[in-house]
Design a protein around this ligand. Structure first.
Ligand SMILES: [Mg+2]
Length: 364
């Protein structure tokens, strides 16, 4: 299964919010670098990566230059290929653009492996389940008014969602009282039985997290996410020991090793793994295994169309974050229904790019 060709393209998708008909960010785009790797026997694997923003062109250029090193390599040798790319990139890794590129390539190589064996990725990686829970993400954001958040929360419940995530650390002139009030009113709007998660996106100091975290305990959050600086493992562990709400984290760190330190620090109740920042599916699975050894559940971050396979594959997969930002990359992507997501049954990722992206890639 020698690699014959790699093609790349930048897909700029509208920054919309379809889950609760939110305003989104009109005129703005969410940019992804997509790629396709083709073997000499015409098996195609697809990959994507994100977080480029203004450096998206640089991510694409790195995909092209590192991708050129794949030609002639055996697509099944994911570790050997990763080692070759790491060596070639020198000290450009282990985080940042190098890892984002490695993730897209690794994803495509696993797609090829699944297609060559005729197995969906979830089965290839362990096949624990065929259906997994999913929660709505991106519809209850801190930039919205309180009224809009409550309206959106109620609409998500009407649409069958049984779990959803909101945000605190409000912009502008916020106070602990305003923060607590927002969670209280949202909880009242959605009812006691919906799982409600809350993301801080690293915006609280340790003392703020303890102070506000204690006051929102009565509203029964399923987890509180990225409560302070993501690499302050001791700080996160301190917060975790001071409040009863479970703590989630992990999306912001790159690669495998930071998870060792986070887990050794007893900083997490839910291990959140982002495939893009982990370094692809190969690294994601290693982190999930480490979490299993620490008796901890794993949750995903972004790209649910791929993460549905990964959460379904492992014994400690807990729930998929359904953030619809990547849905438009694909033709007929898997979608949750009443809070559940089915694993695609076709071999590999079971995904094809949209007609528009396919056309752009073929022309590149
Ligand atoms: Mg988050």
């Amino acid at each position: 299964m020698k690699i014959a060709r790699i093609r790349t393209h930048i897909a700029r998708l509208p920054a919309d919010e379809p889950l609760a008909d939110g305003a989104g960010t009109p005129g703005a785009t969410r940019d992804f670098v997509v790629l396709k790797i083709t073997t000499q026997d015409d098996i195609e694997g697809i990959g994507a990566t994100s977080f480029g923003g203004p450096v998206t062109n640089a991510v694409k250029a790195a995909c092209d230059d590192l991708g050129a090193l794949l030609i002639g390599e055996d697509a099944t040798r994911v570790e050997r290929i990763a080692d070759k790319l790491r060596t070639a990139a020198g000290n450009a890794g282990p985080g940042g653009i190098f890892t984002l590129v490695l993730s897209a390539i690794d994803m495509a190589l696993w797609d090829i492996r699944g297609k060559s064996l005729g197995l969906p990725l979830a089965r290839l990686l362990g096949g624990m389940r065929d259906v997994v829970p999913a929660y709505a993400s991106g519809a209850l954001m801190r930039g919205q008014t309180l009224d809009d958040t409550i309206r959106a929360g109620r609409l998500l419940v009407e649409r069958g969602w049984t779990a959803m995530k909101t945000q605190l650390a409000l912009p502008g002139d916020t106070t602990p009282a305003k923060e607590v009030e927002r969670i209280k009113l949202l909880r009242e709007a959605i009812g006691p039985d919906v799982r409600l998660m809350c993301d801080i996106n690293q915006r609280w100091r340790v003392d703020e997290a303890v102070s506000i975290g204690r006051r929102i305990e009565p509203y029964n959050l399923h987890w509180l996410e990225d409560v302070t600086a993501a690499d302050d493992y001791a700080g996160i562990a301190h917060i975790r020991h001071k409040i009863t709400t479970p703590i989630a984290g992990g999306e912001y760190v790159y690669g495998l090793t930071p998870f060792r330190h986070m887990l050794e620090a007893c900083a997490l109740d839910f291990v959140m793994i982002d495939m893009f920042r982990a370094g692809g599916i190969t690294q994601w699975m290693k982190i999930a295994g480490m979490a299993e050894a620490f008796n901890l559940p794993v949750v995903s971050h972004l790209i649910p169309e791929v993460h549905v396979h990964l959460i379904a594959a492992i014994p400690n997969g807990h729930i998929v974050e359904y953030m619809p930002w990547t849905a438009r990359l694909f033709e007929d992507p898997p979608m949750p229904e009443r809070g559940l997501m089915k694993v695609p049954r076709a071999p590999g990722l079971g995904l094809t790019f949209s007609v528009q992206i396919e056309r752009a890639l073929n022309a590149s």
